[in-house]
Design a protein around this ligand. Structure first.
Ligand code: ADP
Ligand code: MG
Length: 350
């Protein structure tokens, strides 16, 4: 193994250890001040690079322009060309182009479950939807039954190697639902991005090429506030925050809101919190009720009316590689995600 690869694989191993990837925040949500400074620093440094960034942007755009047509047909899963049917009916006359990042630096709060099931219902309701799995753990990739060994190109190649995003789109088996898969290489992307020009805008540059062709682009974020999540929040117009109904629910939220505000000030002034969804509600405990009240006080007007219950069918579905709409469309979890989807469609922030 050459030195560079050795070094890279070591870094990848390190990134999977909790204290570096940010996963240590998962359990209690406490975030170091140092981490906060790092995020602030990431955002500020990014701002200073304007001239060179523009050059690189032009280069990327030209590279991809050359190959768009062929790549549109070659991105595939199991040999199936991704062919977005031009005749597909537009709801309301044009594509909505809503880009929604599902973010919370805590792990296990229901980000991937929400991303997969929201996307599944959006597709079912007739909206052309793309889910971008932006977490190296690839939970939404596997949750949609995409075989990791059959992925030609993942989001890693798009943001790090500047591959045309069209070449990485996979058609899912579900109606109107497309996916750009993740891969474990993405774990190293945080480090690789540090020296990249325009590093906070990598995902945005890719999404800007796709936006007009989709009604919804849903980004499943990793459980950390590093450069990947910063990329997602820079690319998105909206952020949807899942919060688990548990004792530590509010811990770490301040840090998330700070990050969102910093991104609004420095990288993406259009970013809006589209809504907060309470997940894993347990009607047998008083605690769930109290947590919802606290979160409502923290985010006035932002908490969706639909509460996602703790439902065993929702937790089983990913192991079959199916969204709930396919696995058990009649279960409580499915009914709740359908209602949430309708709320998301209706409440587009201005
Ligand atoms: N409403 C729910 N009811 C029961 N289990 C759930 C529910 N939502 C998520 N889970 C399970 O909880 C775990 C964490 O959810 P996940 O969506 O992967 O969280 P995150 O993406 O935030 O890390 C998974 O095993 C998932 O199947
Ligand atoms: Mg996840």
């Amino acid at each position: 193994m050459c030195f560079r690869n050795f070094f890279k694989s070591k870094l990848q191993q390190k990134l999977q250890t909790p204290e570096i990837s940010g996963n240590n925040q998962n359990q209690h949500g406490s975030v170091h001040e140092e981490e906060a400074k790092k995020i602030e620093n990431n955002i500020n440094i990014g701002e200073e690079k304007t001239d060179m960034q523009t050059d690189e942007k032009d280069k990327t755009t030209n590279d991809s322009k050359d190959s768009t047509t062929s790549l549109k047909q070659s991105g595939n899963n199991k040999g199936k060309p991704v062919d977005l049917p031009e005749e597909m009916p537009f709801i309301d006359g044009n594509r909505r182009g809503r880009v929604i990042a599902i973010a919370n630096q805590k792990g296990g709060v229901g980000k991937s479950t929400t991303a997969v099931n929201l996307s599944g219902f959006l597709g079912e309701l007739g909206y052309r939807t793309l889910i971008i799995d932006f977490d190296p753990q690839s939970n939404s990739t596997s949750g949609l039954g995409v075989d990791k060994n059959q992925i030609n190109k993942s989001i890693y190649e798009v943001i790090i190697l500047n591959e045309n995003p069209w070449s990485s789109i996979i058609q899912s088996p579900y109606k109107n639902l497309y996916i750009i898969a993740s891969s474990i290489q993405l774990a190293g992307a945080e480090v690789e991005l540090v020296s990249a020009m325009k590093r906070e805008y990598k995902l945005k540059q890719a999404i800007d090429k796709l936006k007009d062709s989709f009604d919804f682009i849903i980004i499943d974020c990793p459980p950390a506030l590093g450069l990947l999540t910063i990329n997602a929040l820079t690319a998105a117009g909206e952020v949807l925050i899942p919060i688990q109904c548990e004792y530590y629910a509010l811990e770490g939220l301040g840090q998330l809101i700070n990050t969102i505000n910093l991104i609004k000030e420095n990288l993406n002034e259009k970013l809006k919190i589209t809504g907060v969804v309470m997940t894993m509600y347990d009607s047998r405990t008083k605690l769930s009720e109290q947590v919802i009240e606290e979160v409502k006080a923290y985010f006035p007007e932002k908490v969706y009316g639909t509460i996602i219950p703790r439902n065993v069918r929702l937790s089983e579905a990913p192991s079959y590689g199916k969204p709930i709409i396919d696995y058990d469309p009649g279960c409580k979890g499915a009914v709740a995600y359908k209602k949430l989807t309708e709320e998301v469609i209706k409440n587009e922030p201005e």
